[in-house]
Design a protein. Structure first.
Length: 163
């Protein structure tokens, strides 16, 4: 184990037509720049390890920014999540299994309250417009009845035999 720690090595692959000292130096500089950027990237990732969009309630509360909630009775929760992701709202959805029609509760950050009002207004507009649109199945049945009521073309097949 001690030997593995003491004898660390780096494998560097450089492709070129003629290997010179300058080419080796440029390769080492590129490798060191890469290592430095990887270290910086990990440090930035640790600092900004905040999840955005849909998440669990535990993750949302763990961000210590205050949490508010709104109850939803509708089962069209997919539409709500799609619109909330569009506006960049951090939220968590829980389902109350005890109620006979399922009830959903949406938890969101308190700072997202303004964005959530626009999400809710667009969501209600979308739900209302779905109710106003005519059903495609009803239209299809109506057109089927129309086609069935049209008179069919009568074909007469007569074969004449000539001697």
């Amino acid at each position: 184990m001690q030997e593995e720690v003491e004898s660390r090595s780096v494998h560097l692959a450089i492709s070129g037509t003629k290997l010179t000292g300058r080419m080796i130096m440029n390769g080492m500089r590129a490798y060191l720049r890469h290592r430095e950027s990887v270290k910086r990237g990990k440090a930035i990732a640790k600092q900004t390890d905040i999840k955005h969009g849909q998440q669990t309630v535990k993750e949302l509360i763990g961000q210590n920014q205050g949490v508010s909630s709104i109850p939803l009775n509708d089962d069209r929760i997919k539409d709500f999540t799609r619109i909330a992701k569009k506006y960049g709202v951090d939220f968590a959805v829980t389902k109350d299994k005890g109620a006979s029609p399922p009830r959903y509760t949406v938890f969101f950050k308190a700072r997202d309250a303004d964005a959530l009002t626009s999400v809710m207004s667009e969501y209600t507009d979308r739900v209302m417009n779905k109710e106003k649109r005519p059903s495609v199945l009803k239209q299809l049945n109506k057109f089927k009845a129309l086609v069935a009521s049209l008179p069919k073309k009568v074909r007469q097949k007569e074969k004449e035999q000539v001697l």
